[in-house]
Design a protein around this ligand. Sequence first.
Ligand code: C2O
Ligand code: CU
Length: 476
Amino acid sequence: MKRMLSRRDALKLGLLVGGAILLPVGLQRRGSAQFNPWTSQFQLPLRIPPVLNPVSSDATTDYYEITMKQAQVEILPGLMTTIWGYNGQFPGPTLKARVGRQTIVRQTNNLPEPVVVHNHGMGSLPQYDGHPDDIIPPGTYKDYIYPNDRAATLWYHDHTMHTTGPYFYKGLSAFYLVGDDFEDSLPLPKGEYDIPLMIQDRLFSSRGEFIYNSRGNNGVFGITVLVNGVPSPRFQVANRKYRFRILNASNARSYQLALSSGQPLIVIGTDNGGLTPAPVKTSQMRLGAAERYDVIVDFSVYPIGTQVVLQNLVGETPSLQQLMRFDVVRQETDDSIIPATLRSFEPIPESRAVRTRDWSFSRGQYGEWVINGLPWDSNRVDATPRLGDVEIWRLANNDKDMEHYIHLHLVKFQLLDRNGKPPFPYEVGWKDTVYLGKNEVVRIIVKFEPNVGRYPMHCHNLEHEDDMQMTQFQVL
Ligand code: C2O
Ligand code: CU
């Protein structure tokens, strides 16, 4: 599919250089400074990020050690990319944890700059949450204590004040998967059939380096899609059910996911509850930055030899429309079952809310991004719920051009409605990040637990976050 790029598209894609619109990559003349994502589509096999082993364990706790460092890795065939990675890896190593056991991660900073590590979705105490001011200076370490209070597909990433966007883009992101006995008791696909997929977009130079094009503050976008750090990979599957834990770890981009075969995705998990109350079939799914969904794809309906593409229905270029390909290559028996009910779930009645707070997400007077008209201020707290309070938060986006992805640290919440209508069926479950589309008002209901203290709420478009679209609440 070829179409003319508008100036806005070109800006979004980072193709506008020195006032001139660079042609879409397929149409570029030789000598252009960008890597052509078409050449690598479906060429490379999917990689699964390695699972890190604890350095030690005792009756209550598993201890891990990670060093953040710069490294050269091969992402594009034959080219080396400079990254910042957990243990020098991109994506970083997956940590696996269990409800009922605590995890302590020693993060050593061997990078040239101070950084912060946030475990996204964890109910950490404030001093271990990765508050953007709580830096680890170069050459030092910090021990983060994680209570593992909920079974879910979580992830850890950089959260440094005003520089999260560029640091994260260099590679500081990884999965943190929390399991529990209940989930294990269900006959869902497990082990090698339970696959995390981290989706990210990048712009590469022709020499293979990341280009972080931060012109303006709308967000940094790329035209090469990486899944687990591999450009639009292919993944050989058996003709059976798989569970995919899909994370949008892009700086700013959202996706509309669908299978090229038209087969529905079966959603079994949301951001922060681990599992939905019941499986939900959907032909397509909106995925904002930092959102996670666990989906089942049943490849048993396809003959061996079938290729199924995971598509993005809102990509501006072919490389952004085809994220990865599943090749059904072998016969296997499948003893997994998708139960009709998953984790029990009680909607919080609106009547339990002790108050409603209004939050608007917009541009400030200097073009920065603000919340309720105010930019980030470390010394200001904009809400003080008491521990255990249930509140309704009304999140409003009046912008007709720009979406936001609203994330609250510490808590999990439920969606009440979007523009007065029920949320999408696949959003029913516990969430920690919500897609706030153009001209949308979303109401969420939140119980403030399990800790007291100060925690951020911010937009997970990281360039919005860095340019001030962050506030904090203090649980009293
Ligand atoms: Cu995923 Cu405040 O972060
Ligand atoms: Cu935003």
